[in-house]
Each structure stands twice: as C-alpha cells, then as structure tokens.
Design a protein around this ligand. Structure first.
Ligand code: PHE
Length: 369
C-alpha cells in the first residue's frame, strides 16, 4: 500500500471512530486544513516531474474528495444521533392536561360576596370594614338603641363577659356584632359626606335552623349626602337586585317595617315563582323578603358626628348567605358551614372565574357542577 493510502486509511479510521462533531472538526482540520496532512501532500506536487505529478495529483485529489465526503456523511450521522438523543430526553406527553386540574372550589358565600362587591363597585361604592368583636356603643347605642331599649331583644346577642366575672352581664362592654350596621357609625366617624359605602362581613346571633346559623354574613349599605332620598334608595336597590339575579325585569315591593336606626323603615321583597321543586326569581305569584332598609335616623347621624339638618341618607342591610341560597338554589343554610367536601364540590365554583360586571358575574359556565 502506498504511503498516501496508509494516511487515507488512518484518517478514515479516525472518522469512523469519532463520536462527537467537535472532534470530527478537529480531524477535518488535521487532514484538510491549511497545514493538514492532505494539504501538505498536495504542496509536494510542485516538486514532482510532470508525469508523476499528473498521476499523483489525480490520486490525491480523489482521496481528498473521499475524505471530504466521509466527513460530511459522518457529520450528518452524528447530528441525527444527537437530535434523537435530545428528543428522547426532552420527551413531552402532549396528551397530559396543560395544568393540573384545580382541586379547590370557591365557596358560594365567597362567590356571592365577590358578586355583590363587583356590582356596588361599578355603582361607585367603596368597601368599608368594622371589627367582628364590637363595643355596645357601635352595635347598639349609636344606632338609636340605648341600654334597655326593647329593640335590643330583636336580636339574640352573644355578649362577651369580661373574664373576671362568670355572671351573665347585660352591661358588658363587648358583643360579637349582631349586624353590620355598626360600620355605619364607624364610617361616619371617619369620613365626611358624601358617603357611599358597603360593608360586607360576618355577623353573629344565637339562632340555629335551616335558615339561621350562629355565624352568618351581611352586607350593609350607607349613602349620605345633602339631598339623598328614598327614591335614590329604591333606584339603587332595584338596580342592584336586577344585576345580582341577572334578570332584565324584577318585580319588587316595599313593606313598612321598623328598625330603630332608620325612619321610615322598610323591608324589600322580590317577585318569584315557587313550584314544587323549583324557585324562580322574577315574575311570579310569590314574594321573597331580601333586605331591610330605610332613611338613616337623625339620632344615628348625630351619633356619627353628622349634622342631620344638613345631611340625610339611606341605609340597607341584607344577608349574603340568604342571597346565595336564593341565587344558587341551596336549600339549607347549615350545610354552608359543615365543611363537607362533597357539598363544596357540588355547590362550589372554579377558582379561575372571577366575578366582574364586564366578564360576567356568575360565569354560568363556571359552575363547578
Ligand atoms: N341591621 C338590620 C338587620 O340586621 C338591617 C338593616 C340595615 C335595616 C340597615 C335597615 C338599615 O336586620
């Protein structure tokens, strides 16, 4: 075998053995680069006699072409091999869901809370808050219910005794709030009219049956300005209830009522149709009570530091849980707070649907059911 064939075989062997494109490139440079073995051989052509030069030139050029071809082929082979290895490593199962399925559910009370906030926010109301453990001034006295006022018996209050005495003490300083109306006073103390707030939150009364639980939720509303009237109250509550129940028309009626902190006072009913196994909100022959309301009593304005000769306004209070029961057809309030996973799977909402006036309140499709 001639010397150049030995060199060629050696190079071909290297190419055959190589496992890496970088090393393959080194081999190419060592063979065909400016100072490569084959290039060096080509340079010797000039020193050869003509005949030999033609012969040798043909041979060496053929070898050069063969080596080049081998390198190209090997490069391709290595690239395919590397790609296959990468694909194997980075394999993705496209049949998997793009996100793990959400397990949690939004409680109907939280959902309705969000819906109420979305509607009133759209109407320009701010959200106000007050403490669950309330002093008797804010829960009763300032709301035109002085000590021994008979209206205090309207609500079954949980009193908080100070821990030095085990006697039941009607005059103890604190209660767990029986309603959110105390936030009316707290708001007036902090803010000058015009006032336009809602105050959603927990409330407590000693009561327990299918429509009452010791802890429940209310939302209070308070609007005070120079010329706020009962007509504003009616327009505001009508718009709210229509949006909340997602209906275009809704029969409503007001019945005269009594609350110490409003004068006049009313209870508001909405029309509905009760059948054997369904309750339809809207036109019908039946009425459902949904809230209490009225014009803020002058004594309440005074207690909140507002001059009743200059300002007037309206207030309302409604049960969030009750609204949730009506809107989503949940028959028993007690089940709301039993933490039964089957119940929440049935009545809960998927966490990724937000309530808003533009994207939709209840996102009907978003019901987890
Ligand atoms: N606080 C009253 C209740 O709990 C509701 C209410 C609020 C009524 C504001 C009138 C005005 O029953």
């Amino acid at each position: 075998m001639s010397e150049i064939e030995v060199i060629k075989n050696e190079i071909e062997q290297h190419i055959a053995d190589v496992q890496d494109t970088k090393v393959l490139d080194d081999i190419r440079v060592a063979a065909l680069g400016k100072k490569g073995q084959i290039t060096e051989l080509l340079k010797t052509l000039g020193t050869m006699p003509l005949e030999e030069r033609i012969e040798f030139g043909k041979k060496i050029n053929a070898i050069k072409a063969e080596i080049e071809a081998s390198i190209v082929a090997k490069k391709q082979e290595l690239e395919v091999k590397m790609l296959n290895e990468r694909l194997k490593k980075e394999v993705i199962d496209v049949t998997l869901p793009c996100r793990p399925e959400t397990q949690g559910r939004i409680h109907p009370v939280s959902k309705v809370y969000e819906e109420i906030v979305a509607i009133f926010a759209e109407m320009g109301f701010e959200i106000a808050e007050g403490p669950d453990i309330e002093d008797q001034f804010h829960n009763f006295n300032a709301l035109n219910m002085p000590p021994n006022h008979p209206a205090r018996q309207m609500q079954d209050t949980f009193y908080i005794n100070d821990d030095t005495s085990h006697d039941f003490d009607m005059d103890c300083a604190y209660v767990v709030r029986t309603h959110t109306s105390g936030v009316q006073i707290r708001t007036m103390e902090k803010k000058h009219p015009p006032i336009r707030i809602i105050a959603p939150g927990r409330t407590y009364r000693s009561d327990y049956d299918a429509t009452h639980t010791p802890m429940f939720h209310q939302v209070e509303g308070l609007v005070i300005d120079k010329k706020t009237t009962m007509a504003d109250l009616r327009g505001c509550l009508y718009d709210f209830l229509k949006s909340f129940f997602e209906v275009d028309t809704l029969p409503v009626r007001y019945r005269p009522s009594y609350f110490p902190f409003t004068e006049p006072s009313a209870e508001m009913d909405i029309g509905c149709l009760k059948t054997k196994d369904e309750l339809k909100i809207g036109a019908g022959t039946d009425w459902l009570e949904v809230l209490g309301c009225g014009m803020v009593h002058p004594n309440v304005l005074k207690a909140g530091g507002i001059d009743p000769n200059e300002y007037q306004g309206f207030a309302f209070g409604m049960g969030i849980d009750r609204l949730a029961m009506l809107k989503y057809g949940i028959p028993d309030l007690r089940t709301f707070f039993e933490s039964d996973i089957r119940w929440i799977k049935n009545y809960g909402f998927t966490p990724l649907d937000f309530s808003s006036m533009t994207s939709g309140l209840s996102n009907n499709g978003g019901l987890a059911r």
